[in-house]
Unconditional design. Structure first.
Length: 179
């Protein structure tokens, strides 16, 4: 059983600074497994059987990604379409029900700053509002939604800010495991 499964999705991980640092900090924690979807599925085709098994074996789930056009990157949406549809729509009793109540944490990096995510800013809405589809998905699946971990200003962040975010992320994951 994996204590904390982090599903990492970043279409251009080689160029990542923020998600790379967050993932490294997470992977160093005991009981944390990071599954990098882009590395596992470079052709974009999710192995549904394998991913259902991976999710069933996790005590808690983290979805980690850079915000792209106010949403997850496409491969994480493909994961939802394949894995969640199979577990919670096709096989709700034999699969979905087995992970009812398990926590799910969204860990997202955003290029823009918090002030852009306001009624008078470029992005109009607070980022947590834009993540509501994921919260609704968690609710629909009976998973316990956690307040998202958000790192704003990630695109132009200094190395120090990224290191601080990675430390905060590790702390959040430790807290989630202890709860
Ligand atoms: C296609 C694309 C769309 C993006 N859309 C958003 C967006 O909607 N809001 C935002 O704040 N940043 C957006 N960004 C910026 C990324 O979120 C940002 O570069 C990333 O979080 C930095 O993390 P990294 O160092 O791991 O790549 C976008 C980037 C790309 C490539």
């Amino acid at each position: 059983m994996t204590d904390t499964l982090i599903l990492l999705c970043h279409p251009d991980f080689a160029a990542s600074r923020a998600n790379k640092a967050l993932a490294e900090a997470a992977a160093a924690l005991p009981g944390v497994a990071v599954a990098h979807l882009d590395a596992l599925y470079p052709a974009g085709r999710i192995d549904t059987e394998a991913e259902v098994a991976r999710l069933l074996a996790a005590r808690r789930l983290v979805l980690q990604f850079p915000v792209q056009w106010y949403a997850t990157p496409p491969l994480l949406k493909a994961w939802q379409d394949a894995v969640l549809t199979r577990m919670f729509y096709i096989n709700p009793q034999t699969e979905g029900a087995r992970i009812a109540g398990r926590p799910v944490l969204v860990a997202a990096t955003a290029g823009n700053r918090p002030e852009a995510y306001t009624a008078t800013g470029a992005n109009l809405f607070p980022l947590p509002e834009l993540l509501r589809p994921l919260q609704a998905t968690a609710h629909r699946c009976g998973l316990a939604w956690q307040e998202p971990f958000l790192f704003f200003g990630a695109r132009a962040a200094t190395s120090e800010a990224i290191a601080a975010a990675a430390t905060a992320y590790a702390g959040r994951l430790r807290g989630l495991a202890a709860a």
